[in-house]
Design a protein around this ligand. Structure first.
Ligand SMILES: Nc1nc2c(c(=O)[nH]1)N[C@H]1C(S)=C(S)[C@@H](COP(=O)(O)OP(=O)(O)OC[C@H]3O[C@@H](n4cnc5c(=O)[nH]c(N)nc54)[C@H](O)[C@@H]3O)O[C@H]1N2
Ligand SMILES: Nc1nc2c(c(=O)[nH]1)N[C@H]1C(S)=C(S)[C@@H](COP(=O)(O)OP(=O)(O)OC[C@H]3O[C@@H](n4cnc5c(=O)[nH]c(N)nc54)[C@H](O)[C@@H]3O)O[C@H]1N2
Ligand code: SF4
Ligand SMILES: [Mo]
Length: 693
């Protein structure tokens, strides 16, 4: 018996990107655990990924290529050889590309975050074809845009510093479920006497454990931030020196903020004026006393019409009080832009510029509508081929009935690369088995810490599964693409992932990283203590000329939800309840829903509803209900609980539709309307009605 320990990285779409140690005995992975030496992982994996071997060796793993033999969506397939699969796909894509390569669309997201298995060989392939480009907006582009307009790049407070903060605002996030290793730091801060405040319409697992919970109405965070600015300015809780040296447009901001007295904010947010005042005072006084004052701003508040503006307004706050001076002060949205990724080498966008026609960008968040569009002058060619990898759009994209109708098109050629027969895989014409993280090699950046990580393959591919890279290599060869980049091994691609001429990654060495497993970027502890923001002015831009040029209000403002009682009272007569569908703790988006032990823990699709809303409708806990609006209907079991504030219902997500008794999930009622910036979806900007069945 031989046992080895392999250094790996968690591939999932989670800010923590844990360093893993995989135990392999006689070629079989028997255990994955967190690397105790990696500072952020600290020896702990979440419950889901502790079950990674259960997922990898799952009896339903796709093990060989298949072709469809039933109707689209029916999920009936027959085994074929890799030769036949590659031949069929290459022939079909070749014929479409001869007419118009823009009719081909890759659809992928973050099933794996690895820089090799996500977008390297795949993008080289699609760039070489000249396919349509996908605008990857489904998660973070609204907040990303608001953050970048304000401070220039997705760089912020180092999450390893959070334990040194004295006040932490957890704004629109639920780290116990979604960002566990940040929560471990937050708890350390709590033990050191820090005050924790959750800002969330729902009393999430995290909000429950904070000292204070401000349960505002969904989509009103921008107003709360404006109210904080108002109080900070009115009560002179400002770092004048920091403002003068490192910000732009304070006078204009002051005029705007004065329009937002606490009473007005309280009315918009559905909270008390005292909550607004006290929050601002806590924030300003702690920062001016020189304490670490950190904001963890997450994704919950971005998934509404004004989601980009909300993040922008919050991002203005640290500069007002000089919080950036402290290493444990400032704001953390994402660490993504800290990493000097070498996308040019990974994805070869230069291959695209050789095309005769300019490319077009298709927004992944409106895939339902776009699959149903005919050719036209403004849209261009109808989409004729869709290659899906690292994503499950039929379950996760908004307005699911439109998405399913698009995927059901008889004339659409769909290829899906997957581990499992997901809701999306059911619509494939050709279904290809992909390897999991234990079976392939990769290199990772992160969006919640500052480490580069290596993932060494631990076991041989199961069945006939192949890495995404290898599948695109085979397709490229079959289509006669003879550029050298299509022959590169995964190892050679990984070695180019970071730009080692950049001062932050000067020490990047792929062979050393494979040995050690992880390596921190070279970054200052307090990135903006002395300003140096990456905006055009080099300052924190309270006034943003870039926003003005893009047709947005250049100053912080409040953009109400599309659908809320206040902003759309007519719609609210029919559908008076706001619905949000944030992640369930034991799933990762729609991944892991098919792992029995985890699904057992989540039970079945639930809807949390406040006792007053339930009583009005004669609904009792445990009742089966219909949740509906003009876009669709789904069923769930009600949990009557004051965790949901009055007027709000919460359906933790994202269920595979096929595991629900009605074959539906929360995206049945979500809309394809987009955010104010970043062209992102508005998953939590939804009105519904609920009734007993
Ligand atoms: N276990 C687990 N972990 C995950 C994921 C998962 O599915 N499961 N998904 C991963 C991904 S892709 C992402 S993007 C991140 C998401 O990470 P987070 O943003 O931390 O996501 P959530 O856990 O949903 O927390 C969002 C919180 O925002 C609240 N919220 C909803 N609407 C509003 C609003 O208008 N204002 C405010 N202030 N709060 C609001 C919700 O009630 C919820 O508690 O998590 C990642 N980690
Ligand atoms: N209602 C509602 N909808 C939402 C959200 C919400 O909060 N509420 N959250 C949104 C957010 S934040 C996000 S990020 C999106 C997430 O949407 P997706 O990125 O589509 O995430 P998953 O649903 O986890 O699907 C990823 C798929 O990739 C597959 N996969 C993993 N690794 C590999 C690999 O190496 N190769 C191949 N070929 N496949 C692989 C997995 O098996 C899985 O089925 O969903 C969005 N949808
Ligand atoms: S999902 Fe997140 S917390 Fe869980 S192991 Fe992966 S990176 Fe760590
Ligand atoms: Mo996400």
């Amino acid at each position: 018996m031989t046992t080895t320990i392999v250094r790996a990285a968690c591939p999932h779409d989670c800010p923590d990107t844990c360093a893993m140690l995989v135990t392999v005995t006689d070629g079989v992975a028997t255990e994955v655990r967190g690397d105790p030496d990696h500072p952020t992982t600290a020896g702990v994996l979440c419950t889901k990924v502790s079950r990674y071997t259960e997922r990898t060796y799952h009896k339903d793993r796709l093990l060989y290529p298949m072709k469809r033999i039933g109707a689209k969506g029916e999920g009936k397939f027959a085994r074929i050889s890799w030769d036949e699969a590659i031949e069929t796909i290459a022939t079909r894509l070749g014929a479409i590309a001869d007419k118009d390569p823009l009719a081909i669309l890759p659809y992928s997201y973050a099933g794996t975050m690895g820089l090799v298995q996500s977008e390297s060989m795949s993008m080289r392939f699609f760039n070489r074809i000249g396919a349509s480009l996908l605008d990857r907006t489904i998660c973070s582009s609204a907040g990303g845009a608001g953050y970048k307009y304000t401070i220039g790049a997705r760089i912020g407070t180092d999450t390893e510093q959070f334990q040194n903060a004295k006040l932490i605002l957890i704004w629109g996030g639920n780290p116990i479920a979604s960002n566990l290793h940040l929560w471990m730091r937050v708890q350390a801060a709590k033990r050191n006497g820090a005050k924790l405040i959750a800002i969330d319409p729902y009393r999430s697992l995290t909000a429950e454990k904070c000292h204070q919970h401000i349960a505002l109405l969904p989509g009103t965070d921008a107003a709360l931030a404006l109210g904080m600015m108002h109080v900070l300015i009115a009560e002179s809780l400002l770092d004048q020196d920091y403002i003068t040296q490192h910000t732009l447009g304070f006078d204009a901001l002051q005029a705007r903020a004065l329009e937002w007295p606490p009473e007005r904010v309280a009315e918009v947010c559905g909270i008390s004026a005292q909550e607004v005042i006290q929050l601002a005072r806590d924030y300003g006084t702690a920062a001016l006393a020189g304490d670490g004052v950190a904001i963890r701003v997450n994704y919950g508040l971005q998934r509404v019409h004004g989601g980009g503006m909300a993040v922008r307004n919050i991002t203005c706050l640290p500069a007002l009080v000089g919080a950036w001076r402290h290493a444990a002060g400032g704001v953390q949205l994402s660490t993504s832009d800290s990493f000097p990724k070498n996308s040019q080498a990974l994805q070869r966008p230069d291959l695209l510029t050789r095309q005769k026609k300019p490319s077009r960008l298709i927004n992944m968040s409106t895939i339902g509508a776009d699959l149903l569009r005919e050719s036209s002058v403004d849209f261009g060619s109808k989409i004729e081929a869709l290659i899906v990898y690292n994503a499950n759009p039929v379950a996760v994209a908004p307005q699911s009935s439109a998405v399913a109708a698009g995927f059901a098109r008889e004339d659409l050629f769909t290829v899906v690369l997957e581990h499992f027969q997901t809701d999306t895989a059911d619509f494939a014409d050709i279904l290809l088995p992909a390897t999991t993280q234990l079976e392939h090699s990769d290199v990772h950046s992160a969006y919640g810490h500052l480490y580069m990580l290596a993932n060494n393959p631990a076991i041989a591919p199961l069945g006939e599964a192949k890495p995404n890279t290898e599948i695109f290599r085979l397709l490229a060869a079959r289509m006669g693409f003879d550029e050298d980049c299509f022959k590169e091994s995964d190892d050679a691609i990984a070695a180019q992932a970071f730009d080692s001429s950049h001062p932050r990654a000067i020490h990047f060495d792929w062979d050393a990283l494979k040995q050690k497993g992880w390596q921190k970027l070279i970054m200052p502890d307090a990135p903006f203590a002395h300003g140096g923001f990456m905006t055009p002015s080099g300052k924190c831009e309270f006034f943003s000329a870039s926003m003005q040029a893009d047709g947005l209000d250049p100053l912080p403002t409040y953009i109400p939800p599309y659908e809320s009682v206040a902003s759309n009272p007519l719609l609210a007569i029919k559908y008076p309840l706001a619905m949000i569908s944030p992640p369930a703790r034991n799933f990762l988006n729609s991944s892991f829903v098919n792992v029995q032990s985890l699904r057992d823990t989540e039970g079945e699709p639930h809807l949390d509803m406040h006792p007053s809303d339930a009583a009005q409708r004669g609904i009792t806990s445990g009742a089966a209900v219909r949740i509906f609006n003009d876009r669709g209907t789904l069923t769930a079991k009600v949990r009557v609980t004051d965790k949901a504030r009055p007027g709000l219902v919460v359906g933790l997500s994202i269920w595979w539709k096929k595991f629900a008794s009605d074959g539906k999930n929360a995206n049945e009622v979500t809309s394809q309307r987009l955010t104010d910036m970043g062209r992102a979806p508005t998953f939590y900007d939804v009105l519904v009605e609920v009734e007993s069945m």
